[in-house]
Design a protein around this ligand. Structure first.
Ligand SMILES: *Cc1c(COP(=O)(O)O)cnc(C)c1O
Length: 434
């Protein structure tokens, strides 16, 4: 065991070398705040290079739903490694891709019968948009506009960025480079509140005004993630489906954050009993082990796309359907479905409600909301990143607040004591801001 001072020095060394060469997500060069080196992870905990052990309240950005070094998931990767790490998917196939696709078709809402494997969530959204546009080409129409809602987030590539919230999604910076899509207001009311038609008139008007130009509607079902951590009424989503049917246009559901139980339903669409025409999954697909995403579509969409002049869906990532990722995704899905995941998510929901509700009394807090295994404390002012990170780590927790949002989506095996630790760490940030 290294001396604690040696470990602290080693951690500082890594942080300094990192700062010299590495970009981090949404950061300048060098980053404003040093990255925290991690050397190991197990269960729901990260071991930092300086020797501290902290609970990962982020599930590595929604992905590590089963925690780290799960023996079943580790075995799936090592077993697959003995057969092949990768093989091209152009003209070749393998059992992992087939079995994973079959599982996704079985678990996702009815009608989504065909699967395109992508290598990240953003690429899955690109493929969804390409499918939608090409579907209309196949019908002999040129429809290239999408309708979406404000406060959305769909990824960082240019096609995905064009349907992110126009203010937080950097539309002003990239102006003319981005496709010009149509934005309805942020969905209301909040999850659990009664929905009526008055909540959706603007979206309805957009569909009316631009009829004939619109290929489809794209949104995150029920939970808006990185665009604001908001939970909206399932009735809104059901009405969007009805409006898409009425106009004969496609509904694209981005389930990259919501998929695999996070919101209390297996998919966000399940809260509303809705089947989209195209659906994206990612993040938790491989249990946080490897990068993989998928775009599913109906047979009608698949046929439309294939009738376009190209006669094919013109997309094909080098690492499409990577066998290691497919193997661990199958294991992760079987692990999830094979346990009483609804009970686990409900248990987390109850613990987060209990632990976070008292924070709403603070004048520094604008709102506290919990849905499934997602807990959000919206602050009145932007969170001081350096101070909050220090307070969180001292409390034994890793969280990554952004803007005014302090939030957690812990791995499902996080126990009640660990959930209480996460909530009190969030309380320490609130105290620091009060
Ligand atoms: C994270 C996310 C994406 C982008 O996924 P990446 O794997 O980061 O490219 C797209 N849509 C939603 C809803 C997301 O949460």
């Amino acid at each position: 065991m290294a001396h604690p001072d040696d470990r602290a020095a080693a951690a500082r060394d890594l942080a300094e070398r990192d700062r010299a060469v590495l970009w981090h997500p949404y950061a300048p060069m060098p980053a404003a705040l040093d990255a925290v080196p991690v050397v190991r992870a197990a269960g729901v905990e990260l071991e930092l290079a300086d020797g501290r052990i902290v609970i990962d309240g982020m599930s590595s950005w929604w992905a590590a739903i089963h925690g780290y070094r799960h023996p079943v998931l580790d075995a799936a990767v090592t077993d697959q490694l003995e057969r092949m790490a990768h093989v091209m998917f152009g003209g070749l196939t393998h059992r992992g891709a087939i079995e994973l696709a079959e599982r996704l078709v079985a678990l996702t809402p009815a009608g989504l019968d065909h699967v395109f494997f992508a290598d990240s969530g953003s690429v899955a959204v690109e493929v969804a948009v390409k499918m939608a546009l090409q579907f209309w080409r196949g019908r002999g129409e040129r429809r290239e506009r999408l309708v979406t809602v404000r406060s959305g987030y769909h990824g960082d590539t240019f096609g995905a960025m064009a349907v992110c919230d126009p203010e937080t999604g950097m539309h002003s910076m990239f102006g003319d480079v981005l496709a010009r899509h149509l934005f309805a207001p942020t969905p209301t009311p909040s999850f659990g509140e009664p929905f009526d038609r008055s909540h959706i008139v603007e979206l309805e008007q957009l569909l009316d005004t631009h009829r004939g130009e619109i290929a489809g509607v794209i949104l995150e079902p029920v939970v808006q993630g990185a665009g604001g951590m908001r939970f909206y009424a399932a009735g809104y989503l059901a009405e969007v489906r009805a409006l898409c049917d009425h106009h004969g246009i496609l509904l694209i559901a981005d389930e990259i954050a919501t998929g695999f139980g996070r919101s209390g339903a297996l998919f966000g669409c399940d809260h509303a009993g809705v089947s989209p025409d195209i659906m994206c999954v990612g993040k938790a697909l491989t249990g946080g082990y490897l990068t993989m995403a998928a775009t599913l579509c109906t047979t009608e969409v698949a046929h439309g796309v294939s009738q376009a002049e190209s006669g094919a869906l013109m997309h094909g990532p080098t690492f499409m359907a990577n066998p290691l990722a497919a193997a661990v995704a199958i294991a992760s899905i079987d692990l999830l479905i094979g346990q009483r995941w609804q009970d686990e998510v409900r248990r987390i929901e109850a613990a987060l409600r209990r632990g976070l509700a008292p924070l709403s009394a603070s004048p520094a807090v604008a709102d506290v909301r919990v849905l499934g295994a997602i807990g959000v404390v919206e602050m009145a002012e932007p969170v001081d990143m350096a101070a909050s990170q220090r307070a969180l780590l001292e409390a034994g927790v890793w969280l990554r607040p952004f803007g005014r949002l302090l939030y957690t989506m812990p791995p499902y095996p996080t126990d009640d004591a660990q959930l209480a630790t996460i909530c009190s760490a969030m309380g320490a940030v609130v105290d620091g801001a009060s």
